[in-house]
Design a protein around this ligand. Structure first.
Ligand code: NDP
Length: 357
């Protein structure tokens, strides 16, 4: 495995942990994603422990801690960050809070795994990455899909030349937002609601990862088809051009009850057709079709979030990188924000070149 020197330095600066020494987490946000996935993902690690949770409400913090078996709870960020038992924080509050909470965590010397979108503006997202770098703490973005066996197998097949040169990709990520999540995503522009910051940002990261390519520009349309309010969109379609010349078509929605999800890459010598892979669960399959016929790629399924935490722990030790870095989070946001602008203006929008290195 290739390890960037920077991460070794980060680990050394922070007295990076050695194998077996636990990483002790503070959970910022009494959220659904933590309750449904991330608490288990951390506890699944032989070297992972959760020591505290923070909510803006003392009552919610106490109830959440009791329900999830987290020993300590706080209702103030500074109190959680002052807890010397906390090595790393997982930030899963609503999107407008990620920026300030990451800056504070970095200043307190805590490693940061932040939910997507990192922030509401690119400027804020870049500041978060810089703050973590300056503080010498590891920063990761919780883009789970690049941890899926299917997406990793597609990336490897493309890198191995199995479909020749990628010409086009299609991403099918139109789903129905579950009732228990039908809150701020549909109602609060100030919290970074809307399907583009919620799902397009994941598709942006997955495309960059699978194609190993960077987006150049985009055209897009969005809609409000009965669920979102306050000027927010609940559906979006876009077409992105990549540096290699490949084009990708994306569809995200909160409103589509019965569609299947999928991810396809079509190349000069073959096609990769993945089904049921734009999901939180470790499921789905990938078919490779070429002149040789059709085969299913072998997949070793693993919980996506557990893999993300395992790699984050490795980054803290200095022998791995986060599955998706802070920089990856910035780049995914750059594409998602370009989709939003293209849909709003009806124009082709170039991806902010400061975000594509
Ligand atoms: P939730 O709505 O469950 O939680 C977000 C915040 O809402 C919490 O931090 C909490 O504030 C507040 N909240 C929760 N329940 C209540 C309540 N009953 N009354 C009042 N406030 C409440 O959001 P999600 O878990 O769906 O999303 C959180 C973040 O995670 C977002 O950034 C989202 O984009 C991201 N996410 C990422 C996923 C991934 O796969 N990477 C999947 C799903 C979400 P407080 O902490 O102050 O109590």
């Amino acid at each position: 495995m290739i390890v960037r020197a920077g991460w070794v330095k980060v680990a050394a600066q922070r007295g990076g942990k050695v194998m077996g020494e636990p990483t002790r987490w503070g959970m910022i946000g009494a959220s659904t994603i933590a309750r449904e996935w991330m608490i288990d993902a951390i506890r699944a690690q032989p070297d992972g422990a959760i020591v505290a949770v923070m909510s803006s409400s003392a009552e919610r913090a106490a109830a959440y801690a009791a329900a999830t078996g987290i020993p300590k709870h706080y209702d103030r960020l500074d109190a959680l960050l002052a807890d010397a038992a906390v090595d790393a924080v997982y930030i899963s509050t609503t999107n407008e809070l990620h920026h300030g909470q990451t800056l504070a965590a970095a200043a307190a010397g805590k490693h940061v795994l932040c939910e997507k979108p990192l922030a509401l503006t690119l400027e804020d997202a870049r500041e978060m990455v810089q703050a973590c770098a300056d503080a010498g703490v590891v920063m990761g973005t919780n883009h789970h899909l690049r941890n899926a066996a299917a997406h990793r197998a597609m990336r490897e097949a493309i890198a191995a030349g199995r479909i020749g040169h990628p010409i086009a990709a299609r991403v099918f990520h139109a789903v129905y937002l579950p009732e228990h999540l039908q809150g701020w995503r549909l109602q609060r522009p100030d919290a970074g609601g809307g399907v583009i910051l919620d799902i397009t940002v994941h598709d942006a990261d997955t495309l960059r990862f699978v194609l190993d390519d960077e987006p150049v520009d985009v055209v897009a349309q969005s809609q409000t088809a009965g669920m979102a309010e306050g000027g927010l969109e609940d559906g979006a379609m876009s077409v992105v051009r990549f540096r290699s010349g490949a084009i990708a078509q994306l569809h995200e929605a909160f409103t589509v009850r019965y569609a299947a999800t999928g991810f396809e890459v079509h190349g000069t010598e073959g096609s990769l057709i993945a089904s049921d892979v734009m999901t939180q669960r470790p499921i789905g399959e990938v078919r490779l079709r070429s002149a040789a016929g059709e085969e299913l790629l072998p997949l070793v399924q693993e919980n996506l979030y557990a893999r993300a935490v395992r790699r984050f722990h490795g980054a803290i030790r200095g022998d791995d990188t986060p599955a998706a870095t802070g920089e990856d989070g910035v780049r995914a946001m750059a594409l998602a924000l370009a989709v939003a602008e293209a849909a709003r203006t009806g124009r082709r929008v170039e991806i902010d070149p400061g975000s594509t290195g």
